[in-house]
Design a protein around this ligand. Structure first.
Ligand code: ZN
Length: 254
């Protein structure tokens, strides 16, 4: 078998292998993207929960302060009635005034913090809903990946074996050139020549449509043991048997 025939055989297996593998890869990429989004949402939820705890603690300590201020006011009111003299009376009145003012400030602050807490808690509810929706997408992506793995896993391994066998008889430099072309073209390492017009000797690369000089096409009919890549797209060019027989000499026997 000529090198080109061996490469065409390898190409048939390799392109099937790559197509299946890319289906798995797509499923993997989808899952990874869903997981990343879920991770961001989860981290945001944790941050919001921390803020929520801090706000609750602030509100609690404000409430404790207000309660102790109320107790102090009650005590001072009692003391007011029993105050010994004018000076003591005035001093109690002054402290009461100060306590009342302070309590009003704390009440306003508490109200503000409670509003913030209320808003935050609404956002937490939204966030949790978003995260659970994203979790659902993640689960779907995960089960799709598992499904594809079961579906194509066996076939993929078969193709891997076939590909290795097809590649084993090909010289290393040709194999490397093939792999390079396949990597650069998403698994379309080879392209047959297309006949545009026989009378005018017009031929092109069937993958990228660039026109091929007739001498180059002739070379492909006679030399089946050299790799001629397309100068535009880099795919390894070949002639399908039917076309080769109509335009060129019979291929050299192996
Ligand atoms: Zn091309």
């Amino acid at each position: 078998m000529s090198l080109i025939q061996q490469l065409v055989t390898l190409h048939r297996v390799d392109s099937q292998f790559r197509a299946l593998e890319s289906r798995l890869e797509t499923a993997r990429t989808t899952l990874a993207s869903q997981e990343r989004q879920l991770e961001v949402l989860t981290k945001q939820t944790v941050d919001m929960r921390t803020q929520e705890r801090q706000l609750k603690a602030t509100i609690h300590s404000l409430e404790v302060e207000v309660a102790s201020s109320v107790t102090r006011v009650e005590k001072l009111r009692d003391a007011l009635n029993g105050s010994a003299n004018e000076k003591a009376y005035k001093s109690i009145i002054l402290e009461l005034k100060h306590l009342e003012e302070n309590k009003k400030k704390m009440d306003d602050q508490t109200l503000g913090e409670m509003q913030r807490l209320d808003e935050l808690q609404k956002r937490v509810v939204d966030q949790v809903a978003k995260a659970s929706e994203r979790q659902r997408f993640c689960d779907i992506a995960k089960s799709e990946l598992t499904e594809r793995q079961t579906e194509v896993g066996v076939r993929l391994e078969e193709l891997r074996g076939e590909r290795d066998r097809a590649a084993s008889s090909i010289p290393e430099d040709a194999r490397k050139a093939f792999n390079r072309a396949a990597d650069e073209t998403n698994g379309e390492a080879m392209a047959p020549i297309a006949e545009i017009n026989r009378r005018h000797r017009e031929y092109s690369c069937s993958a990228c449509n660039i026109e091929m000089p007739f001498e180059a096409v002739l070379r492909l009919t006679s030399d089946l043991n050299t790799i001629y890549p397309c100068r535009a797209c880099g795919r390894i060019l070949y002639l399908e048997d039917a076309l080769r027989e109509t335009i060129g000499p019979a291929p050299a026997k192996k």
